[in-house]
Design a protein around this ligand. Structure first.
Ligand code: BT5
Length: 279
């Protein structure tokens, strides 16, 4: 255990339980645990958070890694009760909730469509989102997983394109994980409650997403399964949550489910060359 790790306070289990947040010391993936809770009947807005994930999941077969106590790794059970066509907004909605929470704590974060939260001029990844659909006796349910790097040191970063809140403000103590967790969960629950109603709240969310989205206005290359690629300028996020690429002739909407990577158009794709802002 490093000195930093020794100083990391644990989350307060009973206090958080009062906010419908279950804390576990260790689990494979909080998304898997939340899926289990959802199948057992956990209500809309229930949260599980782990001090340590041993098999954190990213999209596709990718991994999410963070040392114990240094990140927030949580999953929220949402029962959206809206048509399936609207579900792609869930990761985007969660991204806006993360950005809002970080702004409250003095961090100007940006979003990379569809599921990354970036910090700083170098646009390093401070958080990732993974939304999964779970079939439960109460109907289809969304598990919204969020990994947020809070106090990781440079040595603890799992990949060079990552950062943490502590690294973004050197010399200052890392923000309190519990305060961040409570703010984030409150934001996410409120955002979800207003978005599911649709209408003006959903339109306002789309506008806020577009304002926070670093991908828009940039030339990008979208890599899809089977070595297919699309290249163009990212010009919009449409009402279905798809990224719209303009190749000069046509506009191509791309759904998050069809995307392996979104990279800068001039990025060869090697890890060293990968620019997180669009990579
Ligand atoms: C994501 O996937 O960014 C979604 C990550 C979601 C993690 C949360 S933690 C709580 C919940 N329970 C889970 O099991 N998962 C969710 P993707 O876009 O595929 O990015 C994965 C890539 O991010 C990896 O291949 C690495 O390059 C990079 N990465 C891994 N760990 C990271 C970290 N701590 N910080 C920044 N980047 C990381």
């Amino acid at each position: 255990m490093t000195d930093d790790a020794a100083q990391r306070p644990f989350l307060d289990v009973p206090r958080l339980a009062a906010h419908r947040i279950e804390v576990v010391a260790e689990t494979g993936s909080t998304n898997a645990l939340a899926a289990e809770r959802a199948r057992e009947g956990a209500p809309d807005g229930a949260v599980v958070v782990a001090e340590h994930q041993t098999a954190g999941r990213g999209r596709l077969d990718r991994r999410w890694e963070a040392p114990a106590g240094a990140a927030l790794t949580l999953s929220v059970v949402l029962r959206p009760d809206v048509p399936p066509a609207r579900w792609p907004w869930l990761p985007l909605l969660a991204g806006v909730a993360v950005v809002e929470t970080l702004a409250e704590h003095g961090f100007a974060a940006r979003l990379k469509w569809p599921n990354d939260v970036l910090l700083g001029a170098e646009e390093r990844k401070v958080a990732g989102l993974l939304v999964e659909r779970v079939e439960t006796p109460g109907g289809p349910t969304a598990v919204v997983g969020i990994g947020l790097n809070v106090s990781l040191t440079a040595d603890e970063l799992p990949v060079p394109t990552a950062t943490s809140l502590a690294l973004a403000r050197p010399g200052e103590p890392a923000p309190d994980r519990e305060a961040l967790l409570l703010a984030l969960v409150a934001r996410l629950r409120t955002r979800h409650a207003s978005w599911r109603v649709g209408g003006a709240a959903a339109d306002a969310l789309r506008q806020e997403y577009r304002e926070a989205c670093a991908t828009l206005g940039r030339p990008v290359r979208v890599e899809m399964p089977g070595d297919r690629t699309l290249q163009g300028t990212a010009v919009d996020v449409d009402a279905d949550g798809r990224l719209v690429l303009d190749d000069g002739l046509t506009r191509h909407p791309v759904g998050a489910g069809d995307v392996v990577h979104v990279r800068a158009a001039d990025d060869a794709g090697s890890p060293a060359a990968q620019r997180p802002g669009v990579g």
